[in-house]
Design a protein around this ligand. Structure first.
Ligand SMILES: Cc1cc2nc3c(=O)[nH]c(=O)nc-3n(C[C@H](O)[C@H](O)[C@H](O)COP(=O)(O)OP(=O)(O)OC[C@H]3O[C@@H](n4cnc5c(N)ncnc54)[C@H](O)[C@@H]3O)c2cc1C
Length: 423
């Protein structure tokens, strides 16, 4: 067993959560010695819809890194379809918490590598093809973290703080003896890439297409335009229902391709089909432990309504660094208190938002309610803006919002139409 260097922070996983944790520590306290480890060699693919919204743009801007999005085409609208073929197109509204109401669709093979390279450029020490295998707490308040490298050798790295950023099947989380999310609080989804020479023509512009509760029972299918003719398509549903109904994810994807074709979309060269789990934030584990913290999917941070997870993962990395960077070198006694502050600030920021999205998920699981919501949203701009803000911003349901939505849900549509024309 090879013993190597000592670090202030060892991060397991170099996806957006881990890489942004490293970037944030280095930007807030350049003197820290940070090591980031990943079992893969970058660039590496990750099953994903590849959509990043105002939150990610904002997280990159915080440290002047938005240049990695230069030359990417902007997506400017969403098109929502529901049962009975109700469809509405809406511009991405001015989100309240961020200045950029834009979405980009960038293959994760590329996006994650760009974020990882930012960490490298700041002097973070990077270790690719290093598979985490366990950790041990020492009596001197340090932690030994073990990895198997690409030559099959075991190596141990010493650290003050260990960060688990190793995704939906986190080994670090398992070693903390925390349970995985139950199937109800998880989704399964599959992603594929296609080429479509006429997608932008069919949807009139660069629009993210969601099809709710049609091809996917109590879930949704998507088609997200990236650069040129490249489109990311996929479909996902709650894991509990997927198992109960004995579904086959590849068959679901094929059915959705046929639906796309029936809408006139030319589908060519279907490739790189890959399925994976999404641990929803409706059931989060404890994030702060004795000198160990979880960020991103390892801490179940995915929005239960939209399936978005990149933003929450990156933001958790920043909040962790913000709350702990000052204590790592000088006052190791206090590190556990500052880890608790990290967990508190994450929950303060996102708990109500996650709760609102979990409620919205319940509504959207009923085909009748989805139909009604889309019918109301097709007439009422405020409702569609609110739905899109839940998807791309940190919107929360307030009592006033529940009251207004309740009235709109119960009112006959002709009354809403009269109100709309009189405004
Ligand atoms: C089909 C699908 C579609 C999605 N669509 C979207 C979307 O459009 N937009 C969005 O925002 N989110 C989407 N998500 C969610 C998003 O992919 C995740 O929330 C996001 O990747 C979380 O980032 P992360 O850094 O926490 O984990 P990951 O991106 O999974 O990164 C974890 C890293 O840890 C490494 N690792 C794992 N185990 C070990 C180990 N033992 N040792 C060392 N390294 C290890 C992995 O190689 C990986 O690089 C989607 C998810 C799925 C499955």
């Amino acid at each position: 067993m090879k013993h190597t260097e000592t670090y202030d922070v060892v991060i397991v996983g170099a996806g957006p959560a881990g890489a942004n944790t490293a970037i944030s520590y280095k930007k807030l306290n350049p003197g820290l010695k940070i090591g980031i480890f990943d079992k893969s060699l970058f660039p590496r693919d990750k099953s994903c819809g590849d959509a990043i919204g105002p939150g990610v743009i904002n997280a990159l801007k915080r440290f002047g890194n938005e240049h990695i999005l230069e030359d990417e085409p902007e997506v400017i609208s969403t098109t929502l379809f529901g049962p009975k073929n109700i469809g509405i197109q809406n511009y991405i509204p001015e989100v309240q918490n961020k200045e950029d109401s834009v979405v980009y669709v960038i293959p994760r093979l590329d996006l994650d590598n760009r974020i990882f390279n930012l960490a490298k450029s700041l002097g973070v020490e990077t270790f690719e093809e290093y598979r985490y295998s366990g950790f041990e707490r020492n009596t001197d308040k340090s932690i030994n973290v073990s990895f198997k490298n690409s030559s099959g050798e075991n190596e141990i790295f010493k650290t003050t703080l260990l960060v688990g950023a190793d995704g939906a099947n986190s080994r670090v989380r398992k070693d903390l003896k925390l349970n995985q999310n139950t199937d109800w609080h998880k989704a399964i989804a599959i992603r594929a890439y296609i080429d479509s020479p006429n997608y932008l023509e069919i949807f009139k512009e660069r629009s993210l297409m969601f099809e709710i509760n049609v091809s996917a029972l109590r879930g949704y299918a998507w088609a997200f335009p990236s650069k040129g003719t490249l489109i990311n398509i996929g479909i996902g549903m709650p894991l509990s229902l997927f198992k109960k109904e004995n579904k086959n994810i590849n068959v679901m994807l094929n059915d959705f391709v046929q639906t796309l074709e029936s809408r006139g979309v030319i589908v060519e060269n279907i490739r790189l089909q890959k399925s994976y789990m999404l641990p929803f934030a409706s059931s989060r584990p404890k994030l702060a432990h004795d000198r160990v913290a979880l960020v991103g999917d390892a801490g179940s941070m995915i929005n239960p309504m939209s399936g978005e997870g990149i933003f929450y993962g990156m933001e958790s990395g920043f909040l962790l660094a913000e709350n702990t960077h000052g204590l790592l070198q000088d006052n190791k006694e206090d590190i556990n208190n500052s880890l608790k502050l990290y967990e508190k600030s994450f929950n303060k920021r996102f708990s109500k938002h996650y709760l609102s999205c979990a409620l919205a998920r319940l509504v959207l699981q009923s085909p009748l309610m989805t139909q009604r919501l889309l019918a109301v949203a097709s007439i009422d701009q405020h409702t569609i803006d609110f739905v899109v803000e839940l998807l791309f911003d940190e919107a929360r349901l307030t009592l006033k919002e529940v009251f207004l939505l309740g009235i709109k849900f119960l009112s006959p549509l002709w009354i809403l139409k009269i109100i709309k024309t009189s405004n």
